[in-house]
Design a protein around this ligand. Structure first.
Ligand SMILES: Cc1cc2nc3c(=O)[nH]c(=O)nc-3n(C[C@H](O)[C@H](O)[C@H](O)COP(=O)(O)O)c2cc1C
Length: 428
C-alpha cells in the first residue's frame, strides 16, 4: 500500500516552510552552489553563512576544526574556530539572487554580524534588497578574533536590544536573534531582543569548550600555529544543553516568541525532541558535516511516519507538546518509588549489571555463579537503573513502579559499633 503523503509545512513568523528542517549558518551554507544541492535534497530553508560587510577583513585560523571522537563513536562533537564569512559581500548577495530565482519556494535567512550600529543596518538592508526572506542576527559566535564581537554582544543586553532595534528599523522582513549558550539564563538576553523588536529566537550557537589536549605538545585542538583556544563545541555532545535552553525559552511566558532550535541534531528524533520542547523550525550543521545533506531524507520520512502513526496532520500541533510535562524537580512525587525488573529468560549471563550495581548502586543483585544469572533483592534496589544502561540486551531490564505502601530497605551503616564515639556537637 502506498504511504500516505504527510504535509510537513509549517508557518514560522508568517513565512511558510515546506518542512521544519533548515541548514544552520556555517560551512554547510557557505555558497549558492552548496545550498542549491541541499535544497535538492529536501531542506526547506537556509540560514546562510554569516555575512560580513567587507569593512573588516576576515581570515579563518588554520586549521579551523577538530573532531571530538569518544571511544568507538566518531564525531560525538566538533570543535571549531571558524569566523564569519570571508567571502566578499557582493558574492554572497549574488548567491542570494541566484537562490531566490531558482528556489522560490525555499526560505532564505540571511545571517548577519555588524561591528557597528551602521553596519548592522547596512547588512540587513542589503540582505532584504537582494532577496532574503528573513534575517538572523548573529549575537553568538564564541570565538571571534575581533574584539567585542560575537558572543560578547550576546552577553551585553543593551547591545542586543540596540542592534535588534536598528535592524528592525532598517527592514520589514522578520528578524531572528541567534543567542549564545555561554550564559546561565538565556531568557534575559532573549527578552532584550524582544524589546528591540525581534520576531523569533534562534538557539543555540556553539558552546565554549575544549574537546582535546595534545598529550605531547600540551596544546588544545585545533592547534593554530602552536597554540589552542577555548572555542565552539557543536554536535551531539551539546544536544542536552540546546534542548535545555529551548525549553527555558519556550516556558518563558513573558517572551512568547517562536523558536528555531539547533545543537546536535542528526536524526528526525533529535529534531522532533527540539520541536516537542517548543521549536517551530530546527537547524543543522554538524550532522551534515558528518553525514551530508542527504540526512534530511530520513528526517522527512521519520517525521512523516511518526505523524501518520498518530493520525496527526499538522506539524504545528507537535510544537511544545512536551512542555506541560516539564516541571521543576520539586514537583516530583517522592512518595512513589520503584525498582528495576528483570526479564531473566532473556539474560545472556554477561554480568555487567552485577558490576555496576556493586560498584555504583545498591548492591542489590545476587549472582548465581553456576547459571551465570543475577537475581534482584527488590528492597535494596535504588531504582537508579544503571544496570539497564549497561545491559547489552535491549529491554531486558525495565523500571517497575511499586505500590504506594512499598518501602526500600535502609542502607546499612558500616561503623554501627562506633556509634557511642560519635561527636555530633559540631553539626548542631
Ligand atoms: C564550523 C562551524 C562554523 C560555524 N559558523 C557559524 C556562523 O558563521 N554563524 C552562526 O550563526 N553560527 C555558526 N556556527 C554555529 C552553527 O550554526 C550551529 O548553531 C551550531 O553548530 C550548533 O548546531 P550543530 O550541533 O547542528 O552544529 C558554526 C558552526 C560550525 C561547526
Amino acid at each position: 500500500m502506498a504511504k500516505k503523503q504527510i504535509d510537513l509545512s509549517i508557518d514560522f513568523c508568517g513565512v511558510k516552510f515546506n518542512n521544519p528542517f533548515l541548514l544552520s549558518s556555517s560551512p554547510v551554507s557557505n555558497s549558492a552552489e552548496m545550498v542549491a544541492e541541499a535544497f535538492e535534497a529536501g531542506w526547506s530553508g537556509v540560514a546562510f553563512k554569516t555575512l560580513n560587510s567587507d569593512r573588516v577583513r576576515i581570515v579563518h585560523p588554520s586549521p579551523r576544526m577538530n573532531p571530538y571522537h569518544y571511544g568507538s563513536k566518531r564525531l560525538v562533537g566538533l570543535q571549531n574556530v571558524e569566523q564569519i564569512s570571508d567571502r566578499p559581500l557582493k558574492d554572497n548577495l549574488l548567491d542570494f539572487l541566484y537562490l531566490k530565482k531558482n528556489y522560490p519556494d525555499r526560505v532564505l535567512i540571511s545571517s548577519i554580524m555588524g561591528f557597528s550600529n551602521e553596519e548592522w543596518a547596512y547588512l540587513a538592508k542589503a540582505s532584504e534588497d537582494n532577496g532574503a526572506d528573513m534575517l538572523e542576527l548573529n549575537f553568538s559566535c564564541p570565538h571571534m578574533t575581533i574584539e567585542g564581537s560575537g558572543h560578547k554582544v550576546g552577553q551585553a543586553n543593551h547591545l542586543i536590544e540596540k542592534f535588534t532595534e536598528t535592524v528592525k528599523k532598517a527592514v520589514s522582513i522578520p528578524v531572528l536573534a541567534k543567542m549564545t549558550p555561554n550564559i546561565t539564563d538565556m531568557t534575559e538576553p532573549a527578552l532584550y531582543a524582544k524589546q528591540g523588536g525581534a520576531d523569533a529566537i534562534a538557539a543555540i550557537n556553539t558552546v565554549r569548550g575544549i574537546s582535546q589536549i595534545g598529550l605531547d605538545d600540551w596544546t588544545a585542538r585545533p592547534k593554530v600555529t602552536g597554540v589552542g583556544a577555548i572555542s565552539g563545541t557543536s554536535g551531539p555532545a551539546v544536544k542536552p544543553i540546546g534542548l535545555r535552553f529551548i525549553a527555558d525559552l519556550a516556558k518563558c511566558e513573558q517572551l512568547g516568541l517562536p523558536l528555531s532550535g539547533q545543537g546536535g541534531i542528526e536524526t528526525w528524533i533529535d529534531a522532533l525532541e527540539y520541536m516537542l520542547l517548543g521549536s517551530t523550525t530546527v537547524q543543522v550543521t554538524t550532522g551534515i558535516i558528518h553525514y551530508g545533506y542527504r540526512i534530511v531524507e530520513d528526517m522527512i520520512e521519520g517525521l512523516s511516519d511518526y505523524m501518520a502513526e498518530r493520525d496527526m496532520t499538522r506539524v504545528a500541533d507537535l510544537v511544545g507538546k512536551a512542555l506541560p510535562n516539564l516541571q521543576d524537580t520539586d514537583k516530583f512525587d517522592l512518595d512513589r518509588q520503584g525498582t528495576a525488573q528483570y526479564d531473566i529468560d532473556r539474560c545472556i549471563g554477561c554480568g555487567q549489571c552485577l558490576i555496576v550495581c556493586n560498584d555504583s548502586a545498591g548492591q542489590a543483585l545476587e549472582w548465581d555463579a553456576e547459571k551465570r544469572r543475577p537475581s534482584l533483592i527488590e528492597d535494596k534496589c535504588l531504582s537508579c537503573m544503571v544496570c539497564s544502561f549497561v545491559c547489552p540486551v535491549s529491554g531486558l531490564i525495565t523500571y517497575k513502579e511499586q505500590p504506594k505502601t512499598w518501602q526500600r530497605q535502609e542502607t546499612e551503616v558500616m561503623g554501627k559499633d562506633l556509634e557511642d564515639q560519635l561527636k555530633l556537637e559540631a553539626c548542631k
